[in-house]
Design a protein around this ligand. Structure first.
Ligand code: NAI
Length: 468
């Protein structure tokens, strides 16, 4: 066996800790340097806590709608402190789990801010003082931070970032959310379900820019149905506190207005984070958006320095970072690995949920690729009816010549789970026919995916498709 390489991984989020564990599995000597918390944004102040609170919001909402099933619950009460403590318990379990895994794999964890001194040296500012680590390779996995817009500095009191929004001490009466993207809508809908009045300010002409527009239409309808306000082509300009009120100045197409609320949440995107890291010591420059360029083996322009996760480019999603972490670990251990994926699934925990993988129609049209499309509505799914969640549909896009599945976009119940099958189909080069010939258990939601694949050929059984 080759001599183990010593590797320093900077950052213990889902890119960094996964990379560190895989490196250890492959026999390398690993130190992970983490400034704040094991598990990074995802486990501590992102994916996991948000999904916990969203689940609570959905439960309250479902109880409110259960009368149709003959169930009425009186006096549903929310104890915010208990809810936040429950969420914190989940986070603690998971981050503790990551710590345990790293320990079991004999990965050294060093809490403190890491700084690159040269291509083989990292200095770490720990509580006990500075430590210098010598290594063969460096993996940069420092993630991203929320973007603040002028006039709305995050004080986590008047103006929440996603971090503040995930640790409330009360449910606001009127929450103004700046940004109608992933985070803005997930958390905006969650607060609506927990009882807030919610106004979302979005700069572009519609919610969730960049997502399949047919799916987004369903979400925009749901925003209305939930009694939320979505103001599009609207920019937040600044705010003033007047007693217990916050007066938010907005610029709309109709002119300037003021929205009065008691809480602001600013969620206008995230940017890669590499402050104070010492990239200049390596002669590495960031691109205009702050990302580090990497090749398919996750190498930066300095061959023994790798970058993975949010810092290495879009999409800034946990699972894409983890995959890159596995690739970098394999490459360092001498395996023939590359980040060579055909698709990265994306999931949005709105109500209903949205999920998507592969190309969108607009993209195929722009690239001049002829495609066929088949859709199946959840309104025709027995399982969706029994769940009382019939909003939405599954749409399959297949190459008009080869029938290969190019993209799948869906909105509706549990689609964040359903997307896994679609991702496998695309990764394996499956055709719409492959998907439609696969027996799907009845009664389940994935039948909608099978029927949408059948619909590509005008052959869905449970909807009427008139012959063209
Ligand atoms: P985003 O890019 O999804 O949405 C930001 C929104 O803010 C956009 O719609 C943009 O048009 C709008 N905006 C920008 N400036 C504005 C202004 N001045 N006034 C009004 N609107 C403005 O970013 P978001 O929601 O903060 O999420 C960041 C990233 O985190 C996402 O790109 C995603 O990669 C990741 N994420 C993933 C989730 C998941 O996988 N379920 C959930 C949440 C976030």
């Amino acid at each position: 066996m080759a001599t183990p390489r010593s590797v320093v991984v900077l950052g213990a989020g889902p890119a960094g800790y996964v990379c560190a564990i895989r490196l250890a599995q492959l026999g390398q000597k690993v130190t992970v340097v983490e400034k704040t918390y094991l598990g990074g944004t995802c486990l501590n102040v992102g994916c996991i806590p948000s999904k916990a609170l969203i689940a609570a919001g959905s439960l309250v909402d479902r109880i409110g709608h259960a009368a149709e099933m003959g169930i009425t619950a009186k006096d549903v009460e929310l104890d915010v402190r208990k809810l936040v403590a429950w969420k914190a318990g989940i986070v603690a379990k998971l981050t503790g789990g990551v710590g345990g895994l790293l320990r079991n794999h004999k990965v050294e964890v060093l809490m403190g801010a890491g700084r690159i001194v040269d291509r083989n040296t990292v200095a770490v500012q720990t509580k006990e003082g500075e430590r210098t680590l010598k290594c063969d390779d460096i993996v940069i996995a420092t993630g991203s931070v929320p973007i603040a817009i002028p006039g709305f500095a995050f004080d986590e009191k008047d103006v929440w970032s996603s971090t503040g929004a995930l640790a409330p001490d009360r449910i606001p009466q009127h929450l103004v959310v700046i940004g109608g993207g992933y985070i803005g809508l997930e958390l905006g809908m969650m607060y609506r379900k927990l009882g807030s009045q919610v106004t979302v300010l979005e700069a572009t002409p519609g919610a969730l820019p960049g997502q399949d527009r047919d799916c987004v239409k369903v979400i925009e309808r749901s925003i209305k149905k939930l009694g939320m306000k979505l103001l599009v082509e609207t920019f937040a300009q600044g705010y003033e506190r007047k007693g217990s009120e916050l007066h938010v100045r907005i610029k709309t197409k109709k002119g300037d207005e003021v929205v009065v609320c008691d809480q602001i949440a600013s969620m206008v995107g995230r940017k890669p984070y590499s402050e104070g890291l010492g990239l200049d010591k390596l002669g590495l420059a960031l691109d205009p958006k702050g990302f580090l360029a990497v090749d398919k083996q996750m190498r930066t322009r300095v061959p023994n320095v790798y970058a993975i996760g949010d810092i290495a480019g879009q999409p800034m999603l946990a699972h894409k970072g983890s995959k890159e972490g596995l690739v970098a670990a394999g490459v360092i251990a001498g395996l023939n690995e590359a980040y060579d994926v055909r698709c990265v699934p994306a999931v949005i925990f709105t109500a209903p949920e949205m999920a998507s993988v592969g190309a969108q129609e607009s993209e195929l049209q722009a690239r001049g690729i002829a495609y066929k499309s088949g859709s199946f509505p959840f309104a025709a799914s027995g399982r969706a009816m029994s769940l009382m969640e019939t909003e939405g549909f599954v749409k399959v896009l297949a190459d008009a010549k080869t029938d290969e599945i190019l993209g799948v976009h869906m909105v509706g119940p549990e689609v964040t789970e359903l997307v896994a099958e679609a991702a496998l189909a695309i990764e394996m080069g499956a055709t719409a026919e492959d998907l439609s010939r696969t027996i799907h258990a009845h009664p389940t939601l994935p039948e909608a995916l099978m029927e949408a694949a059948e619909a590509v050929h005008g052959m869905a059984v449970h909807i009427f498709q008139p012959k063209k």
